[in-house]
Write a protein that binds this ligand. Structure first.
Ligand SMILES: Cc1cc2nc3c(=O)[nH]c(=O)nc-3n(C[C@H](O)[C@H](O)[C@H](O)COP(=O)(O)O)c2cc1C
Length: 264
């Protein structure tokens, strides 16, 4: 089956289920239209001469080895509506591709089973207004052996498709709450939904290991900008990372100096 056919088949199955999740953007859908418009400005730059004959796309990110460095967007619903055991199918497919799986809401009850397929796994938690519920979810997902923990900082005001509220039981997180979340998470912690330099700096200052620069695919606030070009992050590193950065810089200059010395 070709990719186009797989897409059409999935779309048909999803529409037949009438799950109500099928895409669409918040309110005026400006964000969706603008995403498309901005993306159309980008093309690939070709360098055919001396190009790699055996390219390796392998990369290690936060302790996870990826053969395919394309990371799944955090999504649960409506995957189970697409095939009978959709989440397990996605897990096996991503494992085969050498990628990582990332679940969203609802948090799948079978995270452990998904993890047992051997796929690297990240799971998101929403900033539920009931913070006890949020911390319980953070505890629960960590017990399943997932690789990364994600927190959707951009779902604080809830999510919407057109004028229909999809999520309404969340509340915005403060900087001090981000620091508390850091203390409660032993795994690599990623704050998803950063879209400004201010939030990026706060996320890292609170101890995040990574951020996902995203406008949530047009499901949060209308008239958000597109994440490309990415935000420039003026990060104040925690002391240890600052120390490592200084060591790296010194080694870099030592390397340059020695290569100049030997060339001469
Ligand atoms: C059907 C659907 C469900 C989604 N559910 C979630 C979710 O539960 N949690 C989450 O953080 N993001 C969710 N998203 C947003 C995606 O993770 C992602 O942010 C979006 O597709 C845009 O991609 P980008 O973040 O790479 O720009 C969902 C998106 C779609 C289309």
């Amino acid at each position: 089956m070709e990719l186009r056919e797989i897409y059409e088949k999935g779309k048909k199955a999803l529409l037949a289920k009438k799950s109500g999740i099928f895409l669409g953007g918040v309110e005026t859908e400006f964000v969706l239209a603008n995403n498309r418009k901005i993306m159309e400005h980008y093309t690939l730059r070709q360098r055919a001469i001396d190009s790699a004959s055996e390219p390796s796309t392998e990369v290690e990110i936060l302790g996870v080895n990826l053969r395919t460095p394309v990371i799944m967007s955090a999504i649960t619903a409506p995957i189970p509506d697409i095939t009978h055991n959709g989440l397990m199918d996605v897990a096996r497919g991503l494992k085969e591709a050498g990628s990582i799986m990332w679940t969203g809401s609802p948090i799948p009850a079978n995270l452990k089973e998904i993890k047992m397929t051997g796929v690297p796994l990240a799971a998101n938690v929403k900033p539920y207004a009931d913070r006890n519920k949020m911390y319980r979810a953070l505890d629960d997902i960590q017990k399943t052996g997932i690789d990364w923990v994600g927190v959707e900082i951009d779902s604080g005001q809830g999510t919407k498709i057109l004028d229909r509220e999809m999520v309404s039981d969340c509340a915005p997180l403060s900087f001090s709450e981000l620091k508390d979340i850091r203390k409660a998470v032993a795994r690599p912690l990623i704050f998803k939904g950063v879209l400004s330099e201010e939030d990026a700096a706060k996320a890292f200052d609170a101890g995040a290991d990574g951020i996902i620069i995203s406008n949530h695919g047009a499901h949060t606030i209308d008239y958000l900008h597109q994440p490309i070009p990415p935000v420039t992050v003026a990060v104040s590193y925690p002391p240890f990372h600052r120390f490592l950065a200084v060591v790296e810089l010194v080694l870099f200059y030592v390397k340059i100096f020695t290569s100049i010395y030997f060339i001469n």
